[in-house]
Design a protein around this ligand. Structure first.
Ligand SMILES: [Zn+2]
Ligand SMILES: [Zn+2]
Length: 351
């Protein structure tokens, strides 16, 4: 089979590999589509971040080169020994976490915090390939209303569902979202589904702001042109946002969440910044604001698939390109690295 393998930063090669065989408790999936995630792009540009490059991964034993790709859908084509709850030919997507199920955090059900957590497509071979192997416990059937393309969004949407839950959005709440990339645009739709009243999006790129408005944002602000905090204050009679979801990972945007949010607000950090960000502690304290974070997902896949099936969340407008596996470097990673303004989500097909 063909597979796109990470060898190092700036070095992803599409190569011929033997077809994989499912072990006990695993299934073999023929990949239809796999989305390129911001995590994959970071591995390409600045890796290794999560790919085990220097030593084998403590959970999976895998070491680079590794096939990337964790946002995927496909058909089950082979069942490993002992798999009785799934059938050949079923249309599926996969919760790609590989927790140990034994550590303190796993025993509390916090699989996303497993001490030796690995992820398919980072610490085990992923789905930028014709076939991928997945443990049966991670496999979710696609509802019949959900296409293979839409099924690849279950993964990022699960992150966003968790963000909505941790933000505790209540009916009629005003929500502000910073960053209208794939995560921000999914967060906007999920927040609307969670009952948000007004939803304000803050995003410097004009095309992304337009898309946000099309997908239901009440208003979208360019933070390089206006003071979004003041605008939201003006539009909400000085109440500002009850919940802020930070989906950019940009330090200035992270700091801006304080001005976008009102008293007693919840601020959910979804975007990742490795740069320390200063926060005026007293302004949090005096207004009993809470900052919370999201690390992946635990049990959010069924909710994500349900939102896709009902049409509450649409993903078609987020797909900015569909490319072949052979073109993943030039048409995928290089395009995202050098022309981010042209893209939201790029889907890759090995077929
Ligand atoms: Zn992802
Ligand atoms: Zn564990």
């Amino acid at each position: 089979m063909r597979a796109a393998r990470w060898y190092g930063a700036g070095d992803i090669r599409v190569e011929e590999l033997p077809d994989p065989t499912p072990g006990p408790g695993q299934v073999k999936i023929q990949v239809k589509w796999c989305g390129i995630c911001g995590t994959d792009l970071s591995e390409y540009q600045h890796g290794p971040m999560l790919v085990p490059a220097k030593r084998p991964h403590p959970g999976t034993g895998k070491q680079a080169p590794v096939t990337l790709g964790h946002e995927f859908s496909g058909d089950i084509v082979e069942l490993g020994e002992g798999v009785t709850n799934l059938g050949i030919g079923e249309r599926v997507t996969v919760w790609p976490l590989l927790p140990c199920f034994k550590c303190y955090w796993c025993l509390r059900g916090r699989y996303n915090e497993c001490l030796t957590l690995g992820t398919i497509g980072l610490a085990a071979d992923g789905a930028f390939a014709n076939y991928v192997i997945a443990p049966s416990y991670g496999v979710h059937r696609l509802p019949e209303e959900v296409s293979y393309e839409a099924g690849t969004f279950a993964e990022p949407l699960a992150v966003v569902v968790r963000a909505c839950k941790r933000g505790g959005i209540s009916l009629g709440d005003t929500v502000a979202i910073t960053g209208a990339g794939p995560i921000g645009l999914l967060a906007l739709q999920a927040a609307r589904g969670a009952g948000a009243g007004r939803i304000y999006v803050v995003e410097p790129q004009a095309r992304r702001r337009e898309l946000a408005l099309k997908l239901g944002a009440t208003a979208a602000f360019d933070p390089t042109q206006v003071d979004a905090g003041k605008e939201i204050a003006r539009l909400t009679d000085n109440i500002r946002a009850n919940v802020v979801m930070e989906c950019s990972g940009v330090p200035a945007a992270i700091q801006s969440t304080l001005a976008l949010s009102g008293r007693c607000a919840k601020i959910v950090m979804v975007g990742i910044s490795s740069t320390p960000v200063e926060f005026p502690f007293d302004r949090l304290l005096f207004h009993e604001k809470e900052i919370t974070t999201v690390q992946g997902y635990v049990d959010e896949y069924p909710a994500a698939l349900s939102l896709l099936a009902s049409g509450e969340v649409v993903v078609e407008p987020l797909i900015s390109a569909r490319i072949r596996l052979e073109d993943i470097v030039a048409g995928g990673f290089e395009a995202l690295a050098h022309h981010p303004e042209d893209h939201i989500k790029i889907l890759v097909s090995p077929l």
